[in-house]
Design a protein around this ligand. Structure first.
Ligand code: ZN
Length: 86
């Protein structure tokens, strides 16, 4: 059974990509990093959210700069910032 609510949510999710890309500072920056080899590349965030995030060394690249990754690591104990990154 498909509820109207679900369809509504899916439609919102379509436009959401642009809004996420525009609202998130790390996404607006349009740069991603490989956690394995440390290489970085430019990315169109809203397009990447739609069609697939860039990968490197077999892993999805992260929007967090190396410095920010360190920061997130040290904050992990507090468990307050789970970005659900894929
Ligand atoms: Zn790599």
């Amino acid at each position: 059974m498909t509820s109207p609510d679900l369809i509504d949510r899916l439609e919102k999710a379509e436009g959401l990509h642009d809004r996420i890309a525009a609202s998130h500072p790390s996404l607006r920056r349009g740069q991603v990093w490989c956690r394995s080899c440390g290489s970085s590349r430019r990315v169109d965030s809203s397009q990447a959210l739609r069609s697939g995030w860039p990968k490197c060394c077999g892993d999805t690249m992260t929007i967090d700069s190396p410095a920010e990754q360190e920061l997130l690591h040290s904050r992990t104990q507090e468990g307050e910032d789970d970005r659900g990154e894929r």
